[in-house]
Design a protein around this ligand. Structure first.
Ligand code: 6PG
Length: 249
């Protein structure tokens, strides 16, 4: 039985990002104590950038045992890694450039390659190599940071797109109808096998969709399909995004 989502509303993106960074640090500490790797998947877009900068900052550099952390990508645009549209480029500039993460512990999605199916398969193999799920099981990420678009998409799972129907592959190429471009994305089976999913959502332009996603009928938006089987979902929202939710000031 899936847990009901935790909803936390913060004054602004800065407070939201600090709370997310602190949560990352706490989970990383638990995994270190358990002598297990801490495996996290990072989304692209603009909202998580401040979080990544915080994790890469001196404040968190000393608080996290980075040698025990493995970072994966939730999704990637099919552009070269130095393209301004590249999620990897954003993550590299915001976090990797300063964090003490061993280079081999960042698992980049090679989405620039024309053989997208092959890239998806190889990334699934990489997930399997590090997370080592039991035969027939999905890899269980410890933490996944997701965003949400004004259309209710999350990862690169867009409304009406093919990869939303994927029930076996862990990673899939996906055509984004509204953007007329391809992406590589983790699929619902992997996202719903995670131990903890945190949505980071900020800005008034998402308030109406967020109201429908959290308080409206089920099954309308891709973001509503994130229901980890054994895991937990949290929504970290800023006041602008949360302003149409029931009970919001
Ligand atoms: C991407 C993302 C995507 C993102 C949303 C929200 O590659 O764009 O992974 O799912 O999280 O589009 O984007 P913003 O944070 O920029 O609003």
């Amino acid at each position: 039985m899936t847990q009901s989502p935790e909803i936390r509303v913060f004054d602004d993106l800065e407070h939201l990002s600090w709370a997310a960074a602190t949560h990352f640090e706490q989970l990383a500490r638990i995994k270190t104590t358990e002598k297990k790797p801490f495996c996290v998947a990072l989304s692209g877009g603009s909202t998580p950038k401040l979080l990544y900068e915080l994790l890469g900052s001196p404040t968190f550099a000393g608080r996290v045992r980075w040698s025990n952390v493995h970072l994966f990508q939730v999704d990637e645009r099919c552009v070269p890694p130095d393209d301004p549209q590249s999620n990897y480029r954003m993550i590299r500039q915001a976090l990797l450039a300063s964090a003490l993460l061993p280079e081999e512990n960042f698992h980049r999605m090679a989405a620039e390659r024309p053989e997208r199916e092959q890239s998806a398969r190889e990334y699934a193999e990489e997930l399997g190599r590090i997370l080592r799920p039991a035969p027939g099981e999905c890899p269980c990420l410890d933490l996944v940071f997701l965003g949400m678009g004004p259309d209710g998409h999350t990862a690169s799972l867009f409304p009406g797109s093919q990869a939303l129907e994927e029930r076996s592959a862990w990673v899939a190429p996906n055509f984004a109808p509204g953007l007329k471009s391809f992406r590589l994305t983790l699929t619902l089976p992997v996202l719903n096998a995670a131990a903890h999913v945190i949505f980071l959502v900020a800005g008034a332009d998402k308030a109406e969709t967020l109201r429908q996603v959290l308080e409206g009928p089920e099954g309308q938006f891709p973001a509503q399909l994130i229901k980890p089987t054994l895991g937990k979902v949290s929504w970290f929202l800023d006041k602008s995004a949360a302003k149409q939710l029931k009970g919001s000031a």
